[in-house]
Design a binder for this molecule. Structure first.
Ligand SMILES: Nc1ncnc2c1ncn2[C@@H]1O[C@H](COP(=O)(O)OP(=O)(O)OP(=O)(O)O)[C@@H](O)[C@H]1O
Ligand SMILES: [Mg+2]
Length: 247
């Protein structure tokens, strides 16, 4: 009993910590770190996949279940794309456990995506923020709303994505896991391509199978699978895999 309570306490502490301090930005801090090379490889493979599937301007990266490394990969990938000279925007569309604000040092997160979606007088310039990294802007989540899936599925969200596409070379959306809430599924029909994070020793085969079935039904472009093995010290745990993306 005590053991269970301790485990829950630890989990809650980790979640609070992540939402307060953000995820680790390796690519901004350590240009020569081999892990950065892994993120560049992920970038290159996404670029290759998009050659076959048409221009990818909007990209959503999710996973089947929570805490598999989505936000870490999204933030670092946004940085390596920006370092390549692309004009990049990272949008925190995880309106349940947002991390982008904290990762980029905007600890108040009082204005963001949810403000725009619930107030039709807002302009995109009201919510776009400088990340502090050249070529990279961010839109933080804004205050956590009671109805995330409804907001993300709205017509205003579709219009917003169109506007952002006209300004940026690449827009990356951080979202909750596919199978736990409908948010990612709602949003994926509005983007050009989706990649799935698979966590070494954590992702369940049955969950991955269900996720893949959902993606196939939606007819969204599946760009591939990003293998995140937190325990692999050599690569820092990041890699890119081609799963069943030969559709
Ligand atoms: N390759 C890695 N090596 C070491 N730590 C990692 C790695 N990937 C992720 N982590 C750590 O694992 C935790 C979960 O990562 P992250 O927040 O990116 O996952 P998430 O899938 O976005 O979670 P959530 O479902 O809560 O949004 C974080 O503390 C992060 O620093
Ligand atoms: Mg996350």
């Amino acid at each position: 009993m005590n053991f269970l309570r301790n485990r829950t306490d630890k989990k809650n502490r980790l979640l609070t910590d992540k939402m307060t301090n953000g995820v680790r930005l390796i690519s901004a801090a350590e240009l020569k770190n081999p892990v950065v090379e892994q993120f560049r490889t992920v970038r290159t493979n996404i670029d290759f996949a998009s050659v076959a599937k048409g221009d990818i301007k909007t990209l959503l990266i999710s996973s089947s279940a929570p805490s598999e490394g989505k936000s870490t990969i999204n933030a670092n990938l946004a940085v390596v794309y920006a370092q390549q000279g692309k004009k990049v925007l990272l949008v925190d569309a995880d309106l349940r456990r947002p991390t982008v604000a904290a990762t980029f040092g905007d600890n108040r997160n009082t204005v963001g995506l949810t403000n725009y979606l619930s107030d039709n007088k807002k302009e995109i310039t009201d919510i776009i923020k400088d990340s502090g990294i050249q070529n990279l802007d961010i839109i933080t989540s804004g205050p956590i709303p009671p109805n995330p899936a409804e907001l993300l599925g709205s017509g205003i969200m579709t219009e917003l994505i169109d506007k952002l596409k006209s300004v940026y070379d690449l827009v990356i959306f951080d979202v909750p896991p596919f199978l736990w809430v409908t948010d990612a599924q709602v949003l994926m029909s509005k983007v050009d391509g989706v990649a799935i994070v698979v966590s070494g020793g954590k992702s369940k085969k049955s969950d991955l199978k269900r996720t893949y079935e959902i993606l196939k039904l939606s007819e969204v472009s599946i760009l591939g699978f990003i293998y995140n093995d937190k325990n692999n010290k050599k690569t820092g745990g990041y890699g890119y895999g081609y799963g069943y993306n030969n559709n």
